[in-house]
Write a protein that binds this ligand. Structure first.
Ligand code: GLU
Length: 416
């Protein structure tokens, strides 16, 4: 019998043997997905292929068709809103690429352990890679989350691509005041890879969604092993590594807690808002035309001029150190502020707090009217500025909102 794409095969070439799943190939090479999840190409001329298992029989791609379980009375009701990303991905044998095409139902079928934790109601909101998220999608997602909670959900899980998960987590943190947990979860490695983190992350996320932590949080692998997930506050988390499973770190704050795996025991690491403490409310308005500009050594002030002169309503600067830019930029900050455009100063150090009262440059930046971004992450400051401009048009009111902690984004302490 001839091997086809999707079959398990052995390929022998130049004295070496390789076993894996046969992938489509556009060239004269045989492409194999190895057991470790990586693909290799082997020249056809020097290779012989032995069929080991037809694709219908091999376990990785066995279709799971049982219907989703019956509602269990004692378990909480969790809504899973899927948006896409690696956690919702599977290998596409037409292209060999990983595509975002699993629905929340597929995730449930693939991870039976979830059924012990809750009853689930699944809604696919988007099926996109998270680099394609937009501020208007955050508002739409916030409305969907709000509706689910209003309709009685005891917890929400949002499945999301990891690359921009922190932006969406921050947006939901500002937009939804919640009496129940809202948990964002993703995975760094797709389900077809043996090191995939999707199942464990999903189980930990469901555990938190069923807990009494009524905050917007991100739940992802906490170490390089499969021993715990970390519960990060939605405004204090950042993806700090391109590929590691423990890429997400809480910055300038302790994580809320951790979920031990496989016991699913939650250990708290800091204070948190408890279930039912807050009333449900939605503040979904945003001003999307805001920019995040990074200052680099010698960067011309032209980018600042461009943004303030082309309709941008708010600007966040990622300055150096304590929150500095070249003195050449300072008059342009003043002009922007005088034109009614709030300018927020953050730091590219990521860790620590902006303090513009230490050096002359900082004092001049403050005199020019910039708003100190405290210890807010630059990306979170951008989302917050969009949100603040959606709540108030007046620059002084926006300044006040930016200086006030809304969703745990500012860790209060004195500057220096
Ligand atoms: N770039 C994609 C995204 O953020 C895939 C990465 C991921 O999900 O981790 O959606």
């Amino acid at each position: 019998m001839q091997a086809e794409v999707g079959d398990k095969v052995r390929v022998e070439s130049k004295g070496m043997q390789y076993e894996g799943i046969l992938m489509p190939s556009q060239t004269r090479s045989i492409v194999l997905k190895l057991k470790n999840g990586y693909n290799i190409g082997i020249r056809q001329e020097s290779a012989s292929v032995t069929l080991l298992e037809k694709k219908e029989e091999n376990k990785i791609h066995k279709p799971i068709s049982e219907p989703i379980k019956i509602k269990k009375e004692k378990l909480p009701n969790i809504s899973i809103l899927s948006t896409g990303g690696t956690i919702a991905s599977k290998i596409d044998y037409r292209t060999g690429a990983v595509t975002s095409q699993f629905s929340a139902e597929d995730i449930l079928r693939a991870i039976p352990e979830l059924e012990d934790i809750a009853n689930y109601n699944c809604r696919m909101i988007y099926s996109i890679l998270s680099e394609n998220m937009r501020p208007s999608y955050w508002s739409e997602l916030a409305r969907a989350v709000y509706e689910e909670i209003k309709n009685g959900a005891d917890g929400i899980i949002v499945t999301h691509g990891t690359d921009t998960m922190m932006y969406t987590a921050a947006a939901l943190s500002f937009m939804v005041e919640t009496p129940v947990p809202i948990v964002l979860v993703g995975s760094q490695r797709s389900a077809d890879r043996p090191s995939s983190d999707n199942a464990m992350n999903a189980v930990c996320a469901a555990t938190v969604a069923a807990s009494d932590i009524a905050e917007v949080c991100v739940v992802m692998h906490g170490s390089t092993s499969d021993d715990f997930c970390t519960i990060h506050r939605g405004t204090k988390v950042r993806k700090m590594h391109t590929s590691r499973r423990d890429a997400f770190q809480s910055i300038n704050a302790k994580p809320i807690g951790r979920v031990e795996y496989p016991s699913r025991e939650i250990k708290m690491l800091s204070g948190y808002v408890k279930r039912g403490e807050k009333k449900l409310a939605l503040h979904d308005k945003l001003e999307p035309k805001c920019a995040l500009i990074k200052y680099a050594t010698g960067a011309s002030s032209e980018s600042l001029l461009f943004h303030s002169g082309s309709g941008y309503k708010g600007i966040v600067i990622e300055g150096t150190g304590l929150g500095h830019v070249s003195t050449e930029w300072i008059p342009h900050i003043k002009n922007a502020v005088e034109a009614g455009i709030p300018v927020v100063m953050t730091s590219q150090c990521i860790y620590g707090r902006v303090c513009d009262r230490v050096y002359d440059t900082g004092r001049d930046i403050l005199k020019a009217g910039a708003i100190e971004g405290e210890d807010i992450l630059p990306e979170v400051a951008l989302v917050k500025l969009m949100w603040a401009l959606g709540q108030a048009a007046d620059i002084e009111k926006v300044r006040e909102i930016m200086r006030t902690g809304i969703a745990g984004e500012i860790t209060r302490s004195t500057c220096i």
